[in-house]
Design a protein around this ligand. Structure first.
Ligand SMILES: Cc1ncc(COP(=O)(O)O)c(C=O)c1O
Length: 386
């Protein structure tokens, strides 16, 4: 069953969104200066659940609910007798979880009369938004950093084929944080043009809300067979909160004790080493600030795709502060080895970021022999795009 509502974590953790200049709780008037009205309202909404508009539900129904399969051969190869349940977000049109937010955002932007959306991407998000923009008649301009363009060369072409304009920014040097760089370029462009809306591709509530459909579905589908642990990977927090939001909320409420592991890149330990403060994704006082964790910089230059975010969704920080979230850091090698084992045993190639999650799954399977582990995966490529 596709969810009729999405799960709003700002119900449990309100008052996390601040005016970028004054640092006071942000007003709706200030938010609508930078966000389309529907999305602006979502940053201030504290209802426990928000409805999914009926016509948008019909679009989600084309691929939701996504299937859950049991990765038996992967579990056997790891040993220890655990059961590994995989929620397959690779079934979306973009091959990853970003599509859920892309459709939600493009739908609301179109309804608000927005003609052009600008965004930053390391590849996956831009492609999902391009596809969703095409669907709802909104033009998309993607700012892609040069290192990501080189690391995943198919993304740029796929975005263009989906009708988006792609602007590659930065150079080959290793000194920049890709998301910060392209977010700032996109904000500058948006402010100069004035006829477009800049939308950041994670972290904010308008992005997290539709992701929660994944965890809500999983919880309903698993019925009496709930997992002992849920494993998510964390860049801006959308993937992690998507699969884990209802489990984390229940843990904080004391109504369930499913554990949640956040798999991080050792080069961007945003949850385990992030510092609580007020952070925004741009350096121009454009977007609102959030009460959340931030990292000053990435700890190395190896390519980690969407896991290289130096700011995380406010509820991730709140859950971590509440002791509801464990973390583990993995190297690029560990992630690649886990992805290779999954491919060899399950016949599926997963996204670079998903490799970190699978490394987390291996850790948990060894930690608790015989346990039940829930994980969501994204695909390396986009299967449904001819
Ligand atoms: C497949 C995949 N997983 C995880 C992430 C991490 O980002 P977030 O935590 O914002 O979902 C990304 C971001 O690009 C991604 O493409």
């Amino acid at each position: 069953m596709i969810a009729k509502t999405v799960f709003n974590l700002y119900h449990q953790f309100p008052d996390r969104v601040l005016d970028p200049v004054t640092g006071a709780p942000v007003s709706l008037d200030r938010l609508v200066e930078v966000l389309p009205p529907s999305l602006a309202a979502m940053e201030l909404d504290t209802r426990a659940e928000l409805p999914v508009p009926e016509d948008l539900r019909e679009v989600f129904a084309e691929y939701r609910p996504t299937p859950i399969f049991e990765a038996r051969r992967f579990a056997e190869a790891i040993g220890g007798g655990s059961r590994i349940l995989v929620k397959d977000e690779g079934r979306t049109a973009s091959g990853n979880h970003k599509m859920n937010s892309a459709l939600w955002i493009a739908y609301h932007c179109a309804r608000d009369g927005v003609r052009t959306i600008t965004t930053e991407t390391t590849g996956n998000w831009g492609l999902a938004l391009a596809l969703a923009g095409q669907r709802f008649g909104v033009h998309v301009v993607c700012f892609l950093d040069k290192r990501s363009a080189d690391a995943r060369p198919d993304r740029e072409e796929l975005m263009r084929r989906a009708g988006a304009e792609v602007i590659v920014v930065g150079g080959d040097d290793d000194e920049y944080d890709p998301l910060v760089l392209s977010a700032n370029e996109a904000v500058t462009y948006t402010r100069q043009r004035g006829d477009s809306a800049y939308i950041f591709g994670s972290v904010y509530n308008y992005f997290i809300l539709p992701q929660t459909m994944t965890g809500v579905e999983a919880r309903a589908e698993l019925g009496d067979e709930q997992p002992d642990v849920v494993v998510g990977s964390c860049g801006g927090g959308a993937n992690l909160l998507g699969i884990a939001a209802p489990y984390l909320a229940a843990r904080v409420d004391g109504t369930a004790d499913t554990e949640v592991l956040c798999a991080e890149s050792e080069l961007c330990p945003i949850v385990s080493k992030g510092v609580l403060g007020h952070y925004s994704i741009d350096e121009q006082d454009h977007y609102p600030k959030l009460v959340t964790y931030g990292l000053e910089r990435l700890l190395g230059s190896a390519y980690i795709g969407g896991l290289g975010s130096t700011i995380v969704a406010a509820p991730v920080a709140a859950f971590h502060q509440a002791g509801a979230l464990r973390t583990a850091q993995f190297s690029a090698d560990e992630a690649a080895r886990a992805a290779q084992l999954f491919e060899r045993t399950e016949g599926r190639r997963v996204a670079l970021e998903t490799g970190y999650q699978l490394a987390g799954v291996i850790q948990e399977a060894r930690r608790r022999p015989g346990g039940r582990i829930l994980v969501n995966v994204s695909s390396v490529d986009r299967s449904s795009f001819a």
